[in-house]
Write a protein that binds this ligand. Structure first.
Ligand code: ADP
Length: 208
């Protein structure tokens, strides 16, 4: 059987990493081979993006050009994340391994977009990428995310109130459009409550 492709989305600090690990453990406990992965990926382009976020590399400073540059870089990273023949999503899914990714092209549509023209541009860049078998959007209040982010040692370019509010609004629009195989969960619930909602959905998806 082919492995499934599951995606977590949410504003920073919404609990996507926490829930993806819990889901992986739940699947492994049920004898379903699964790995977690993320975007930016751990591949060469993904690492370049990370170095940029840490300011070890410099990106363009103009805000509009920065978003455009990010959209191109993330799309290139995504291509590699899906197609590379070492640990790419297709390669793993074809071996029967489920891949659980925190973030996918929905993130490009919410983080690198400020208006209709940019939305269409980013959508076009990403149109050939496959849709996941299940997308889980953890819809977290900005205030809660900001509190959690403030405890982190490193913060990236996107982790401020204004940006997160814009991103949250963009998510609303994106998931009105991409509403197939979508589970939306209230991020203000406890870790266990969220995990239980995800388990219910996944049990149904795998017939376990
Ligand atoms: P993300 O990967 O979406 O940025 P994380 O999974 O890293 O978010 O979670 C950010 C922080 O919030 C972590 O310290 C995590 O333990 C905590 N956390 C995650 N989900 C919840 C939740 N539902 N309630 C309370 N704290 C949470």
């Amino acid at each position: 059987m082919l492995g499934k492709f599951i995606v977590f989305e949410g504003i920073d600090g919404s609990g996507t990493s926490t829930q993806s690990e819990l889901l992986k453990d739940f699947l492994l406990d049920n004898n379903i081979n699964a790995v977690t992965t993320c975007e930016p990926s751990s591949g060469p382009i993904g690492n370049m993006i990370r170095e940029g976020f840490k300011k070890r590399l410099s990106f363009v400073r103009d805000e509009k050009l920065f978003d455009e540059q990010m959209a191109y870089l993330f799309a290139a990273d995504r291509h590699d994340h899906i197609h590379n023949e070492v640990d790419g999503i297709y390669y793993l899914n074809n071996k029967g391994i489920t891949t659980i990714s925190t973030r996918y092209f929905f993130s490009s549509l919410v983080y690198h977009v400020n208006n209709e023209e940019e939305y269409n541009f980013v959508k076009k860049l990403n149109e050939k990428f496959p849709l996941p078998d299940l997308t889980i959007y953890i819809d977290n209040p900005v205030e809660i995310s900001l509190k959690r982010i403030s405890l982190r040692a490193h913060r990236d370019a996107y982790e401020n109130k204004e940006k997160l509010e814009k991103v949250k609004l963009n998510y609303k629009r994106v998931f009105e459009e991409y509403n197939k195989n979508l589970l939306i969960i209230d991020g203000s619930k406890s870790i266990d409550e969220i995990h239980n909602e995800i388990k219910k959905k996944v049990v149904h998806l795998y017939g376990i």
